[in-house]
Design a protein around this ligand. Structure first.
Ligand SMILES: Nc1ncnc2c1ncn2[C@@H]1O[C@H](COP(=O)(O)OP(=O)(O)OP(=O)(O)O)[C@@H](O)[C@H]1O
Length: 308
């Protein structure tokens, strides 16, 4: 399947000499949800802006739907809807006018039914006649999404889509993103909320210091790097880990009342039965046992720390 976006050896050096993108190579598949994670200043917005043609790459090539974004700009840009991080709208226009106007900018014929559907899906229908200035921050952000969707793009970029959006609304937006993907729209989002990537992404890219340090299928990533912990609540506190248990690399916490055993979910032998046997030999009794799986957040934090 031809990628919808192909990024090859892309570098971006800003005018002051700062290298914001360092040899980026990435293929985005049609109708996938790709989440770009990275710390502040990693290069996420620069990469999105380069694909949208807002920032010129210093070298390398980007194609959208098989067309070069420089020579085929009109075509490639018409396929893209962009929700920027910064909210920029005309304060005194109504929601309806501003969204309809965005559609017109792409030379598309008016389609009130489509605008209505879009506003309804973003829970903005009852605000359609309100001026932008009368909306809350979260509503303005949703209007930005409606504007980006107004010309029915095949690719939607969401730069920090749920910043400042409350939990309930965030869930509604995730649902909308999934529905768009089901309709065949490719979605690329940047986020600081790792739970957002964990919740909706099909693939995850991690960018740091302008370098794409990891691109992986989300489920594979979680399986591959996922560590589980076995947590044993002890009946009696331990002062230290007994000598016969040192091989298990255990940790004591909660004033000696909890023993933590970390193991790799992908290992053939987790070592749990051997551990339980040794605990019995050492006469260490426990009253409860539970497991805890590392989240994408743990994985992300350890990746960003590791790969410096
Ligand atoms: N116009 C510019 N001129 C010079 N440097 C820039 C410019 N725009 C961005 N940068 C720098 O490029 C780097 C990457 O910025 P970018 O906005 O792409 O990061 P980001 O990953 O989106 O960050 P955040 O999560 O904070 O939004 C930063 O160090 C930033 O200061």
């Amino acid at each position: 399947m031809q990628p919808i976006i192909q990024i090859t050896d892309v570098n971006k050096v800003y005018a002051g000499g700062f290298q914001a993108l360092n040899n980026i190579n990435l293929s985005i598949k049609p109708a996938e949800i790709f989440a770009l994670l990275g710390p502040n200043g990693a290069g996420k917005t620069t990469l999105i802006s380069a694909i949208c043609g807002i920032v010129d790459a210093t070298s390398g090539q980007i194609t959208v739907d098989g067309k070069d974004i420089v020579t085929g700009y009109r075509h490639t840009r018409s396929l893209i809807g962009l929700v920027p991080q910064e909210l920029t709208t005309d304060a005194f226009e109504t929601v309806w006018t501003t969204v309809s106007f965005s559609r017109g900018l792409f030379g598309k014929k008016p389609n009130p039914a489509f605008i209505e559907k879009t506003l309804k899906s973003l829970s903005l229908w009852d605000k359609k006649d309100n001026k932008m200035i009368e909306l809350s921050g979260g509503m303005k952000r949703r209007v930005m999404i409606a504007k980006a969707l107004s010309h029915e793009p095949a690719i939607l970029f969401l730069d920090e889509p749920t910043a400042g959006v409350d939990v309930e609304l965030r869930k509604d937006m995730w649902q909308l993103v999934r529905e768009l993907r089901n309709d065949g729209v490719t979605i690329i989002l940047t986020t600081h909320y790792i739970e957002e990537a964990e919740e909706i992404a099909d693939r995850i890219g991690v960018i740091k210091n302008g370098q794409l340090i990891l691109v992986e299928d989300k489920i594979a990533l979680m399986n591959q790097l996922g560590k589980k912990q076995l947590i044993l609540d002890l009946k009696e506190p331990l002062i230290e880990i007994p000598a016969q248990l040192t091989d298990f690399n255990l940790q004591l916490q909660n004033e000696g009342m909890q023993l933590i055993y970390s193991y790799d979910t992908t290992d053939e032998h987790t070592g749990i039965s051997a551990l339980l046997q040794q605990l019995s030999v050492a006469a260490i009794a426990f009253k409860d046992i539970k497991t805890d799986q590392s989240s994408l957040e743990d994985i992300f934090v350890s990746l960003v720390r590791e790969k410096t």
